[in-house]
Every structure is written in C-alpha cells, then in structure tokens.
Design a binder for this molecule. Sequence first.
Ligand SMILES: [Zn+2]
Length: 342
Amino acid sequence: MKAVQIHQHGGPEVLKYEEVADPICGSGDVLVQLKAASINHLDLWVRQGIPGWKVSLPLTPGCDGAGVVAGKGELIKDLNVGDKVLVIPNVSCGNCEYCVNGDDNLCPEYGIVGETCNGCDAEMIALPRRNIIPIPKGLTYEEAAAIPLVFMTAWHMLVTKAQVKPEQFVLVLAAGSGVGSAAIQIAKLHGAKVIATAGNDAKLEKAKGLGADFLINHYKEPISEMVKQYTENRGVDVVVEHVGKATWEESLKSLAKGGKIVTCGATTGSEVSINLNYIFYKHQQIIGSTMSTRGELFEILNFVRQKKLKPVIDKEFMLKEVADAHRYVAEGKQFGKVILTI
Ligand SMILES: [Zn+2]
C-alpha cells in the first residue's frame, strides 16, 4: 500500500509518500481502508522530533482517520466488511487499573496512534477493535476524521477537568486552531459565555459563527485588558490554554478569583513563570490535561449526531500532498481542521 513515512526528523520534506508493506491484521484487530485523515499539531511535533522524547522510526504519522472496514481478525464478531468507521487515537494497555476504570488516558503505557504506532496517513491501518467505532450516520469520512483528537482534547479540558457551568466566562485562545474551534462549541453547548481570540478578523468572524460571544484580535489588543472590559473586571472562570509561553502571562492575568487554567499544549514554548501569591490568594487552579478517555468520544459523537457539535474543516489536501498540508498548518493559516483525502 501507499503510506506517508518519516525516516528521520526534520522539516516537511522528510514526509515521504511511498510504498510500504500492508499492515498485519491480528486476531483482535480490525483492518480499515482509510478514506480521510486529518492533521494535528502533534503530527508536526512527531515529524520535527522533540529532544528527550523518543519516537520509533520509520513511522507513519496521523492520529485521526476514517474509512471502511476491509477485514477483521477471527475474534471480532460485531463489525463487518464495508462498515464506515473512524479511528479512536488512544493507545493503552486495556488491563491496568486506569484502563479498567475507563481512564485510559492515564494508562502508564498511554500513547497516540501516529506517535507510538503507525498512524492514519496511509491507505490502510490495522488496530485493536477498541480503537475502531462506527461513524455517525450522515457524516462524511472527512468530517469524521476531523473530530477525534481535537474534540476529545477540548471536551476533557472543559467538561471533565474545568467542569464548565452555564453563564461562566470561558476564554478560548487561538480560536482558529482545531482545539479552539472545538472548545468554542463545547463551551457554548454547556451554556458558557465564550471570549475567543484569533490573529485576524476573518478568523474572528468564523469564531463568532461558531457561537463566540466576545472577540479579541490578539495581535491588536492585549488579551487581559479586553477580558477585563468584557467581564467588567471580573475575569474569566476558565482559560483553554494550548499556546504556552506566548500567552501564559495574559492567561493568568485574565483569570477570575477561583478560576481555572486548563493546559493541553505549549505550541510556542513550555517554560513559563508563575507568581504563587496570585494563585493562592485568588484560589486559582492550573490543571494539566491530555486527550480524553475513549468513553468521552462516545459522548461527543452523541452531540455530533444531534448536530449540536460539528467538525470544522478548513481545507483538504491529497495524501501525497502531506508536506504542503504540514506547511499550511505550521503557518497557522487554517480555521479548524486540515484534511488529507486518501
Ligand atoms: Zn492501561
């Protein structure tokens, strides 16, 4: 089959579209003929490499994918060849206390498809049955591939960790990102008031279209000053932080008493400083979050079925154009998700 492979870390040019061996479908696995995959920032980290973080090469990247069942192991009774399915990116042992409790994103062996095993930037993938679920009716492969990683991340941050409530103020940074465009919708679904930031007015208009109540152009206006205006000096109850160093200080300044910063990433740098006096005096919380449990994706898909959450697609590339797709995402031009059609 054809697949994208990384043989060495580096720029987009290290993404090779080449012939590789077909995946082996084990007795408990499902073989999927992929039709679409989506790009996440994690793919860029995996390609570039991060000091101190070992990724086994060669590797096919791609955390999110959707397609049709092309085969299955003899232990699989319920899915059939031709069924439309999507990939759950969580890799976990399935046996430890966390997995058994449903908290598979806390598993000591936790990883992500396309990072700890070959991913979805390929014509086929074979994964354990627990990583494959049917696509909600009416959804295209492209839409299905746009959902898992970013919606799971944003759901776990807002619903599970921050426990967002109606009428609370939620600050969503970088609304044009995959996580940002999912977070706006999830916060609105729970009745919160959303303040969204983006780097240009076109993106802010799209954020408004997803339900954002207040808008900040973070290149033109200081985030915390605008938050003060919008909240009448109160500050926000929750910050959806995935930018890191570039926004950290503004995120802290924007936080109300009793507020929570939930962080799932640091695309601009991970070394930040914190003045503890403010944290304890204001009863604030800084909460880490990575992905979600598999179970939370089922909750998300229920709302997708009801059209209360929707995948946001910016642009599609063909699989062999994966390097261009990475460049496009690296430049931050997108609003929502960038798709690879297969
Ligand atoms: Zn486990």
